[in-house]
Write a protein that binds this ligand. Structure first.
Ligand SMILES: Nc1ncnc2c1ncn2[C@@H]1O[C@H](COP(=O)(O)OP(=O)(O)OP(=O)(O)O)[C@@H](O)[C@H]1O
Length: 488
């Protein structure tokens, strides 16, 4: 808010037909040299922010009043643009609206023009009367006032009637010290409240007191523009240099500058504007429109307007892009979460299936072993081994299962399942081959003196087959009373 732009001027020039002397300007009756021009201003650009004081510094005749009159809207510039976002109050020796009226009548006229309600208007009139300290002068026509008294009235009006941007043209040097102090305090208060000031003066002290930045005008041109202190230093260098010149040198210098002001080529200022146009993307086809705005319309700066429009258009686009990016990020996060959930589900299901398979094989092995236990003592030893195998498988499965549960690691689960299936398949194979051998056999009791050979002969088989069926290695394994299998 503090640095909101209040007013901007660009490429301001002011040209008038050449008058022989300045005093003739006031009289305006003397013949005008028709063929020659005089450039009061030669390409001035400047922006003023809210609450800021801008100094216009320059020697007599440098063009300060010419610029102030254009800012106040009293004169139209020859070229260039003015963007004004504030109400302008001018305080100059010529700013009193009717010098035939009294001071009080001028105060009332200015307050009524502000269209305030009656209470506020009366309050404001009293405030201006008190501030101006005009005394008896209040009731006399302004045209009878001295320079200082006129300055008091002009300043009081400009500083009180709804000020936003106040232009003070060379009045601060005309008032006495006690009134200057009042004015200074009022300006400080208004600046704190966001009111901006342009103060034209030949006196650097008046500028330094109120202005953060200063434009040094020299023969209608901007000689320097920047921080007041820096510009003051440059201005004082110039003043010392000029003062040191001998009178003929001074005259020669002034004549040269006067010549420059008469022969100035305004096209050079347009060229500056053209560079700015191209910098902002305008092309040759925009030129006629730009030329018209520069020389003819002389309103708001078309480049600034276009840039502002672009910014306005770009703002929603930027917003849309951000929205798009946010949507993309959301989609990415959601799909990532989905993929993770799917991976987890797949891992959980495959783990469950592996455990189920292990238990199935363990149960089947266990059941077969029980059946074999009841058939024979030899089978008992076989069943025992199967039991041991299944117990080992069970333990291994349990361990694998608990491991899998504890860590839920896929690798552990898979190794457990492999161990179980290996053990189960080996016991299954052993059991199946034994079952095949026992097919079509009967059981007999071994009698004392029975040998494998005798039994083989008796049951029409071979010794090897008997050994295989009963898992015997020699006759010494045959004991009277044992139950063995023989072919039917
Ligand atoms: N048509 C013209 N022909 C010749 N000279 C002109 C013309 N118009 C303005 N001038 C001169 O241009 C100068 C601009 O005067 P201006 O009042 O703007 O200067 P200033 O900086 O305010 O001076 P000061 O400090 O004396 O008030 C004056 O010297 C004036 O004589």
């Amino acid at each position: 808010m503090k640095f909101m732009k209040k007013m901007e001027i660009k490429y301001i020039t002011k040209c008038a037909p050449l008058l022989p002397e300045k005093k003739d300007l006031v009289k305006a009756k003397l013949p005008v040299a028709e063929t020659k021009n005089f450039w009061e201003l030669r390409g001035i650009s400047l922006a003023i922010n809210q609450g800021e004081g801008i100094g216009l510094l320059g020697t007599n005749g440098s063009g300060k009043s010419a610029l102030i009159n254009i800012l106040a809207g009293h004169e139209k510039q020859t070229t260039g643009f003015i963007t004004m976002e504030a109400k302008v109050n001018l305080a100059s020796i010529h700013s009193i609206s009717d010098v035939n009226l009294t001071g009080l009548e001028n105060i009332k006229q200015a307050v009524f023009a502000a269209k305030l309600d009656e209470f506020k208007a009366n309050h404001l009139i009293n405030a201006i009367i008190n501030f101006s300290e005009l005394g008896e002068w209040l009731y006399r026509p302004v045209k009878t006032y001295s320079l200082g008294v006129t300055a008091r009235l002009a300043l009081s009006l400009a500083l009180y009637v709804e000020p936003q941007l106040v232009l003070i043209d060379s009045l601060l040097g005309a008032i006495n010290l006690s009134f200057f102090k009042k004015v200074a305090q009022r300006i400080d208060n208004l600046k704190d409240r966001g009111v901006s000031f342009v103060i034209a003066d030949t006196n650097v002290i008046n500028i330094e007191r109120f202005c953060e930045r200063t434009l040094w005008l020299q023969f209608g041109q901007a000689q320097d523009f920047g921080a007041t202190r820096d510009v003051m230093v440059q201005f004082e260098y110039f003043s010392s240099w000029y003062q040191a010149l001998a009178l003929p040198e001074k005259n020669e210098y002034l004549a040269q500058k006067e010549h420059e002001r008469q022969t100035f080529d305004v096209g050079t200022v347009y060229e500056e504007f053209k560079v700015e146009q191209f910098k902002h993307g305008f092309t040759r086809k925009d030129e006629p429109r730009m030329r018209k705005a520069f020389y003819k319309d002389r309103g708001a700066d078309p480049v600034n307007l276009a840039v502002t429009e672009e910014t306005k258009k770009a703002a929603p686009t930027a917003h849309k892009t951000k929205k798009k990016q946010r949507r993309k990020l959301k989609t990415f996060i959601v799909s990532g979460v989905l993929v993770l959930v799917l991976i987890f589900l797949w891992a959980a299901l495959s783990h469950k299936a592996a455990v189920a398979r292990t238990w199935e094989s363990v149960q089947s092995t266990f059941g077969k072993k029980q059946a074999q236990t009841s058939s024979s003592s030899k089978k008992n030893s076989l069943a025992q081994s199967q039991k041991n195998a299944s117990a080992a498988a069970k333990t291994s499965a349990a361990q694998a299962s608990s491991k899998a549960q504890a860590s839920s690691a896929k690798a552990a689960s898979e190794s457990s399942a492999k161990a179980q299936s290996a053990s189960a398949s080996s016991s299954k194979a052993a059991s199946e081959s034994q079952q095949a051998l026992l097919k079509n056999t009967q059981t007999i009791n071994v009698q004392s003196g029975d040998t494998l050979e005798a039994l083989a002969e008796k049951y029409a088989t071979t010794v090897d087959k008997l050994k295989a069926i009963n898992k015997l290695s020699s006759d010494s394994d045959l004991k009277a009373g044992d139950v063995i299998h023989v072919p039917q």
